[in-house]
Design a protein around this ligand. Structure first.
Ligand SMILES: O=C(O)CCC(=O)C(=O)O
Ligand SMILES: [Fe+2]
Length: 555
């Protein structure tokens, strides 16, 4: 392992091209969950309506403010109630938050729909009591109407197309190694991995793992014979694709070479892999990103080498937890590089030195990391490298994430911000500055938190200068004035200087006119002499395109 410079590139979000079958199912669970959450606020709203005698008598609920910011779900609730609903004989049209556990739902296996039939059976338990015993068709129509409101037309068509695409492959492709399509742990995995799984404790997992950087786990996983068989199956599939002139989908938005294993029969096996082998580990190591509620996956292989992809740019995965196992063959280069975990908002924030990791792939060896752990792959400089990727997702985590803003349990940048907030609780000058910056929206100010902290420790004075600059310059600097600041110019185009207290006397600023580098020591004209008082909370914005000479008198 060697350390290298932090990556300055833009960090991409790596996506699979379309919803997969399994993902379709997860999406549907996701709908159910979001519907549950919406029903929660709906129930709340209606409770309140009962408190208010002046109800409007319509079935459409009055909306209570959501407990958390959730604009999308609320607007979905505001969707007009379909006319047929108002006409329906069942007066109470509200889904129930808690399922009726004693009710035995109908089966919907024969129903042709973009939704999995089990969704209808599961949703039936949430129907209003007056509907539970209604004819199946009435319940079906009611549930269809509800579900349709949550699945945009475009998504529906896309999911349907993808289902058909898979069916076309599966009806024509003849697998070479049928034994790979069902889970056989003893022939797939190395004994140490099986032992750790049997033990199923954190201690047991750690015995077979190394953690070269926080949140990146590496361990021996696949038997060489399994890797070989899988490689030959993939090759067989690619041969069939070429012979049949079948146009296959890319594994994701960035890899052009490789294949989606879920599309040619591996879905059930990979799902077992996720549920029985990845989830036990992610429950222990990644609980804060849905590691214990993984419920869908995207499984594929990526291929690098001559005439294939060479490298993979800096990105985050569309997954909560990613398993990446090298299958072979022989190659040099292709190292993974990691640069810290980030939430959506901070995906392009700076890397801290301790977040840098370079990892060299070894066939059979797995890497397990959070999907939001920023990473990329260096060029494969000779030979061919093929890796198995399993992006594991949690629909519960994704839904919950919509209602949160602070991800300091896993985002490195949120953690950093939280540390600062704890350090400066109330009346925090950083907040004040942030408010001011927000007002000055022509400017972009980034405070280097560490230097601010050391400045605060180092000085009894609480006079800070924030150096601000336009967006493109991106200068990060904040300084503390010492007891006396000599006559000087700032290393900034525009300086914002806010007095934050505490009690003091003196400390006036003095100004002596703006100067370019060449004339910095030239004489001051009388009209250029200005003095400024330091008043707490007073904001001064000095200079505009020019620089004011300024200094600070002794206290
Ligand atoms: O090439 C690799 O090992 C990395 C692949 C990867 O990061 C991905 O497909 O998400
Ligand atoms: Fe990735």
């Amino acid at each position: 392992m060697h350390l290298s410079e932090p990556v300055d590139e833009h960090c991409f979000v790596l996506n699979r091209p379309v919803a997969t079958q399994r993902n379709l199912f997860a999406n549907q669970r996701h709908f159910l969950l979001s519907i549950r959450l919406r029903v929660m606020s709906l129930d709340g709203a209606v409770d309140r309506r009962e408190d208010t005698p002046a109800g409007n008598g319509l079935a459409a609920p009055i909306l209570a403010p959501a407990p958390v910011l959730a604009p999308a779900p609320l607007s979905a609730l505001r969707a007009p109630v379909p006319l047929s609903a108002l006409r329906a004989p069942y007066g109470d049209r509200r889904l129930r938050l808690n399922p009726n556990k004693v009710h035995k739902p109908d089966t919907y296996e024969d129903v042709q729909s973009e939704f999995d039939p089990s969704i209808y059976s599961s949703l039936e338990r949430h129907l209003p009591p007056s509907m539970l015993e209604a004819p199946r068709d009435a319940k079906l129509e009611f549930m269809r109407e509800i579900l349709a409101r949550y699945l945009p037309e475009g998504d529906r068509a896309r999911v349907k197309r993808h289902k058909e695409y898979r069916q076309r492959i599966m009806s024509a492709y003849q697998p070479l190694h049928k034994e790979l399509y069902n889970m056989h742990p003893l022939s797939f995995f190395v004994p140490s991995f099986i032992g750790a799984m049997r033990e199923n404790t954190e201690e047991g997992f750690r015995k077979i793992m190394s953690e070269p950087s926080p949140g990146v786990y590496s361990f021996a996983m696949l038997q060489p014979s399994f890797c070989e068989l899988l490689l030959s199956e993939v090759q067989n599939f690619e041969k069939w694709v070429a012979a049949a002139k079948f146009k296959t989908m890319r594994p994701n938005t960035m890899n052009k070479y490789g294949a989606v294993l879920d599309d040619f029969g591996f879905e059930a096996m990979l799902n077992k892999l996720m549920e029985e082998f990845i989830c036990p580990m992610s429950r222990v190591f990644f609980p804060e990103v849905g590691g214990s509620t993984l419920d869908s996956h995207h499984g594929f292989v990526v291929e690098y080498g001559k005439d294939k992809d060479v490298k993979l740019d800096f990105h985050v995965d569309d997954s909560e937890v990613t398993l990446n196992v090298c299958l072979g063959k022989q190659f040099s280069g292709g190292e993974l590089f990691f640069r810290g975990v980030r939430c959506d908002q901070h995906v392009n924030s700076e890397t801290q030195p301790e977040e840098i990791l370079e990892y060299s792939h070894v066939p059979g060896q797995a890497i397990l990391h959070r999907g939001r752990h920023r990473h990329g792959a260096r060029p494969t400089t000779s030979g061919y490298r093929i890796n198995l990727l399993l992006w594991c997702r949690s629909s519960v985590f994704r839904e919950m994430k919509k209602y949160q803003q602070d991800f300091s349990s896993w985002c490195g940048e949120c953690q950093k911000e939280k540390r600062i907030r704890q350090r400066f609780p109330q009346g925090n000058w950083i907040y004040e500055l942030e408010a001011i910056y927000a007002a000055l929206n022509d400017f972009h100010v980034v405070i280097s938190v560490d230097s601010a902290l050391s400045a605060l420790n180092a000085s009894e004075d609480i006079l800070f200068k924030a150096f601000i600059t336009s967006k493109s310059w991106n200068v990060r600097k904040i300084q503390a004035c010492s007891v006396i600041s000599n006559f000087h110019v700032d290393d900034s185009e525009v300086t914002l200087n806010v007095c934050l207290g505490k009690r003091f006397s003196g400390g006036e600023l003095f100004f002596r006119g703006a100067r370019c580098d060449q004339h910095v020591n030239s004489e001051t004209q009388p009209e250029e002499s200005r003095a400024g008082m330091q008043l707490m909370g007073k904001l001064k914005l000095m200079g505009h395109e020019t620089i004011d000479l300024l200094g600070c008198l002794p206290n």
